[in-house]
Design a protein around this ligand. Structure first.
Ligand SMILES: [Mg+2]
Length: 229
């Protein structure tokens, strides 16, 4: 199968979110007058991971995560800080820090000349839009769908339907979803009936219960999966 339409996840697929989150957290705590502490970060990541898992289960929306994670942190760590201020500053920091993975921009440049590209991401609209603007990503994509803006998330079929509307309904069998998350990107592609490509640079073992059409360790392998046109 050669693909004519490629749908990309953003965080941990094109964008290195690992360095962004601790930087944004330190920025938010500094703005909120809280002395930096390793234990606060560990508490926060536990809270954040649990809340995002609830988003994947469709029990919470991304906007509810944004409101709750600092309220939960302030309570759990007994901080003297305004959770709403921390939450707002974290969003500013999340948009302001972090870079694309090495080679990701070159891959997007090349693929965007040969296929239709979509960006489909679970995240807060303000964070994702700030990253797209700062990193000048809009030029590569024919459509961008952000869960926090549309109120529905991967792996649900609805957000893929919105992407297909925006792209003018490409053939499902010629469309490939590329992402790092088995539970949102790959399960979502399986739910919607499009091809699934797992971006797995660390070569983790394949999870059970999902269908993979392709597995790649480097984004530049994608050029082999699309036809010249
Ligand atoms: Mg991801």
């Amino acid at each position: 199968m050669t693909y004519t339409t490629l749908l990309f996840d953003l965080d941990n697929t094109l964008f290195d979110a690992s360095s962004c989150e601790p930087d944004a957290f330190a920025y938010a705590l500094a703005k909120g007058g809280v002395p930096e502490s390793r234990s606060h970060w560990e508490t926060f990541t536990g809270i954040n991971d649990a809340l995002w898992a609830a988003v994947v289960r469709q029990e919470l929306t991304p906007n509810e995560v944004q409101a709750r994670r600092f309220a939960d942190l302030v309570e759990a760590a007994d901080l003297e800080a305004d959770p709403a201020l921390l939450a707002d500053e974290y969003v500013v920091g999340m948009g302001a820090y972090g870079e694309l993975y090495p080679g990701a921009r070159e891959t997007l440049e090349q693929l965007s000349r040969r296929a239709a590209l979509g960006l489909i991401t679970n995240g807060l609209g303000a964070v994702v839009r700030a990253r797209i603007d700062r990193l000048k990503l809009e030029q590569y994509f024919d459509a961008i769908v952000i869960s926090g803006e549309v109120g529905t998330s991967k792996p649900g079929a609805e957000i893929f339907g919105l992407m297909f509307d925006a792209l003018g309904h490409p053939e499902k069998e010629e469309t490939l979803m590329i992402g790092d998350s088995p539970s949102s990107d790959i399960a979502g592609a399986n739910n919607y009936g499009i091809g699934a490509c797992w971006y797995n640079p660390e070569r983790k073992p394949r999870p059970e219960g999902i269908r993979l059409d392709h597995e790649i360790a480097s984004l530049d392998e994608l050029s082999l999966l699309i036809a010249d046109r």
